[in-house]
Design a protein around this ligand. Structure first.
Ligand SMILES: Cc1cc2nc3c(=O)[nH]c(=O)nc-3n(C[C@H](O)[C@H](O)[C@H](O)COP(=O)(O)O)c2cc1C
Length: 272
């Protein structure tokens, strides 16, 4: 059984947003009492050093470091541990290799899953917590299950004390409340944090998404983008090929403004 306690004041976790997150967004979410996330996709040691240093100038609160590539240099993870970071997100394709090193360095691993088989595998390898993705998610969609079905099923199989973070299509405080009521310990939101002041996306794309409706989104199944390729929920465009800053989940229609990340954390968690 995991002894991980999620480092949260508010039960809100910012999802990995690839090139659209960054130290400023992650720090703002963590400073506001949620858990911010910074994506690392096979960076060099030097780039990692610069991003971690920037993060530390902005906050000393825990931030989740999400490793999304197939392979990371040993020195990148060692550097994160050396710099005092202890919370990592891994996936089915890199978790089996990374988790031993994370544990050896005193870290904890949240493991993203989208199927029952992946849940079993994550537990078998010693995951400290699970990140459940529902099929309503924006960006890379790796789950066939609706969030409403997936959360209670996984909660029943892992027991009451195992840390579960869950998201996909969440937008509002009542969405968060519903995910918690179904058995999640914290809600994961990606699109909601993409549509904040701090996210690294062109402002024109943020406003384009804000004007769009969920039914306009499409699941792009072309084999493009980073390995491992997966369908991506996004706003279609006539000319741009694969544009992460136009990825969005099914909660999009319930987002109407571009607040700061701290305001999002406050609104989503008020009174919870
Ligand atoms: C703009 C954007 C970029 C994303 N980039 C990645 C990524 O690089 N790797 C990944 O595994 N998931 C990525 N995702 C998926 C998120 O980690 C998360 O599963 C999803 O945002 C949750 O659904 P929601 O957007 O409806 O809240 C991205 C999502 C968005 C919206």
């Amino acid at each position: 059984m995991s002894s991980l306690r999620l480092p949260l004041v508010a039960p809100i976790v910012q999802a990995p947003l690839g090139v659209c997150d960054g130290p400023r967004l992650a720090a703002a979410v963590s400073r506001a009492g949620g858990l911010g996330t910074l994506t690392f996709c096979a960076p060099s040691v030097e780039v990692t050093r610069v991003r971690l240093a920037r993060l530390r100038t902005l906050t000393h609160r825990p931030v989740l470091l999400a490793f999304t590539a197939e392979w990371e240099k040993e020195q990148v993870l060692e550097l994160c541990l050396e710099q005092g970071f202890r919370h990592f997100q891994v996936f089915w394709w890199n978790g089996p290799r990374l988790i031993r090193r994370i544990h050896a360095g005193g870290g904890v691993a949240l493991w993203q899953v989208g199927t029952d088989g992946q849940v079993e595998e994550a537990l078998h390898h010693g995951a400290d917590g699970l990140v459940l993705q529902g099929t309503e998610a924006g960006g890379q969609v790796r789950s066939p299950h609706t969030l409403d079905d997936f959360i209670p099923r996984v909660r029943t199989s892992v027991g009451p004390a195992f840390p579960l973070v869950a998201g996909g299509g969440l937008a509002t405080r009542s969405d968060v409340q519903a995910a918690l009521a179904r058995g999640a310990d914290a809600a994961l939101l990606g699109t909601r944090f993409l549509l904040t002041e701090e996210a690294l996306a062109p402002r024109v794309h943020k406003y384009r998404l804000l004007r769009a409706q969920s039914h306009q989104l499409e699941l792009d199944t072309r084999l493009v983008g980073q390995w491992p390729c997966s369908p991506r929920r996004r706003l279609p465009t006539a000319t741009l090929p694969d544009t992460p800053s136009l990825y969005a989940g099914e909660g999009l229609s319930r987002m109407h403004e571009l607040p700061t990340a701290a305001a999002v954390v406050r609104r989503l968690s008020a009174g919870l």
